[in-house]
Design a protein around this ligand. Structure first.
Ligand code: URA
Length: 209
């Protein structure tokens, strides 16, 4: 069973309050999502392996630690996932970024892939799949399956807010993928929105509503 990590850092929780607030405008919303993504990236990378190297300080030589060169890939799910990419890149600028686009089939209501452009070596990378709202879990689960089919072996799922329903789906479908969130909310409403949530993340990021 995969694990769910809820980041209760005060800065994340403070910023999330303003992200949720319906009176927060597009510009501020986008800036806050970006900042929270950076703070979450700091926590998500906590287990990154280090290796020793030898350097010279102005005073002497010494052994010191650097990241062990594990290659990272960020995979935002279009379009709301884009809103968190730059925030993560602030801390991991060398990460490659792939994109996955999904639409909802009007008949089956299931997410279907319409776009994927991925780093060529995803099987060697530690991937962070990014989707701000883990609602039904359908999109995240289909995206993770699509990545696995293309060879991805090592993945984490990063979301701002998750509903218990979405967590359950991802945990059942992908017990190897840990989930990192800023909050787990109460439930989904009849329209598939997370309650209390923040509304439509894509619309709020891009001012389309
Ligand atoms: N997607 C969103 O943007 N918001 C929700 O509440 C659920 C899915």
């Amino acid at each position: 069973m995969s694990r769910v990590y809820v980041f209760d850092h005060p800065l994340i929780q403070h910023k999330l309050t303003f992200i949720r607030d319906k009176n927060t405008g597009t510009k501020e919303f986008r800036e806050l999502v970006d900042e929270v993504a950076t703070l979450m990236a700091y926590e998500i990378t906590r287990d990154m392996p280090l290796q020793e190297t030898e350097i010279e300080t102005p005073v002497t030589t010494c052994k010191s630690k650097v990241l062990a060169g594990k290659k990272i890939g960020l995979i935002p799910i279009l379009r709301a996932g884009l809103g968190m990419v730059d925030g993560v890149l602030n801390l991991i600028p060398a990460a490659k970024v792939g994109h996955i686009g999904l639409y909802r089939d009007p008949e089956t209501l299931k997410p279907v892939e319409y776009y994927a452009k991925l780093p060529t070596d995803i099987e060697e990378r530690e991937l962070i799949v990014i989707d701000p709202m883990l609602a039904t879990g359908g999109s995240a689960s289909v995206a993770i399956t699509a990545l696995k089919k293309r060879g991805a072996k090592n993945m984490k799922l990063m979301c701002l807010i998750a509903a218990p329903e979405g967590i359950k789906v991802v945990q059942e479908d992908h017990p190897d993928v840990d989930i990192f969130v800023a909050a787990v909310d109460e439930q989904l409403n009849d329209h598939g929105y997370i309650v209390p949530g923040l509304g439509d993340a894509g619309d709020r990021l891009y001012g389309t509503k």
